[in-house]
Design a protein around this ligand. Structure first.
Ligand code: AQP
Length: 325
């Protein structure tokens, strides 16, 4: 099986977009060659409350276990427990160029409107490159918003290899067949996001079923009443994508069920489908989060396993660059 790596920021509560674009796919086809990470060093690229960050880190790990990640199979750990990430991140900052970073659309989106932008927000795609390359990763299962960062990772790895000798495997992003970019339920031109969505536009994994239903019933829709996907129907297309992602059916197939029926029926059934799909994960979360000691112990073991691989790659990179310390 291909070596996989992917990460998620503990920058807020995980949502349905995170689940469809990443978490649910990490829980499929698990293998000892798969490495997953709660990337807390990335979360501090925007101001965080320290106590909240600490709590969210553990909570996100609990959600990942609850979604089915098996710590006896895959490696799951917290990024800041493995110092090799920060160290390789620095070396790669001396390989990536400002021209490359200036093209990153996520930086443009996240820095827009902020009075003061932290340097780390600008260079964070390079740290992400280090995260991926440390594990000789072949595949990076992510949502659409991260595709550009994985392409940057590949470019940086290629440049490093040709300048300093073969060191890194070149990774590629893998996207889900449907739901690679779940949109905000209130603003279907913006992606559902932990930090920028309004509460009504984002379905949190931690929402209860009544809240989930209410948010879906209040989701904005498009003009007309026909249920079908299409560029002129961004809101309905998003609802159909979510429906498809949680049922494994195709959006067109689902739309056919609503021929001659309205948006209300679609939303009612969608709410039921989302709740049914998330129910087992939500139930397990409560059990796992109730034992933070066990959670920390699992993460510590994961970090040990991750570090044994990361240290080897970092060592090779250091030697190839000519660092003598
Ligand atoms: N709306 C989305 N649809 C599909 N996939 C998504 N992902 C994020 N939003 C969507 C995927 O979730 C994984 C984890 O993302 P992240 O935590 O590293 O940060 P992000 O991509 O910036 O996600 P958020 O939720 O918008 O967080 P904040 O608000 O903190 O920036 C990635 O695989 C991502 O593609």
């Amino acid at each position: 099986m291909a070596r996989r790596f992917s990460g998620m920021q503990p920058s807020g509560e995980p949502h349905l977009g995170n689940y469809v674009g990443a978490i649910a796919r990490w829980a499929q086809d698990q293998s000892p060659d798969h490495v997953y990470c709660v990337v807390d060093l990335h979360a501090i690229t925007v101001p965080q409350d320290p106590a909240a960050l600490r709590a969210q880190t553990l909570e996100l790990a609990a959600w990942l276990y609850a979604a089915g990640l098996d710590p006896d199979v895959v490696t799951l750990f917290v990024q800041s427990a493995v110092h090799e990430h920060a160290e390789l991140g620095w070396i790669l900052q001396c390989v990536a160029t400002m021209g490359e970073l200036n093209r990153m659309t996520q930086f443009k989106d996240k820095s827009a409107g902020r009075g003061s932008v932290l340097v780390g927000l600008y260079t964070y795609p390079v740290l992400q490159a280090a995260d991926i390359l440390l594990y000789q990763t072949e595949e990076v299962p992510v949502g659409e918003d991260q595709r550009q960062h994985v392409e940057l990772t590949r470019d940086v790895a290629q440049r490093f290899n040709s300048r300093f000798g073969e060191t890194f495997v070149l990774p590629k992003a893998t996207l889900p067949p449907v739901g690679a970019r779940i949109m905000d339920l209130q603003q279907p031109d913006r992606k559902m996001s932990k930090s920028t969505s309004t509460p009504a536009g984002v379905i949190l994994l931690g929402d209860d079923e009544a809240t989930t239903r209410r948010k879906i019933m209040r989701a904005v829709t498009d003009s007309g009443s026909e249920v079908r996907p299409g560029p002129d129907k961004p809101a309905v297309t998003n609802l159909l994508d979510v429906f498809a992602a949680v049922t494994g059916r195709s959006p067109v197939d689902i739309a056919a069920d609503y021929d001659g029926r309205g948006y209300g029926d679609l939303k009612r059934d969608l709410a039921e489908a989302v709740n049914a799909h998330l129910r087992p994960t939500r139930t397990r979360y409560a059990e796992i989060a109730a034992d933070p000691g066990a959670l920390r112990e699992q993460l510590r073991k994961g970090a040990g396993r991750a570090q044994s691989v990361a240290a080897e790659t970092l060592d090779r990179a250091r030697r190839n660059v000519g660092l003598a310390g």
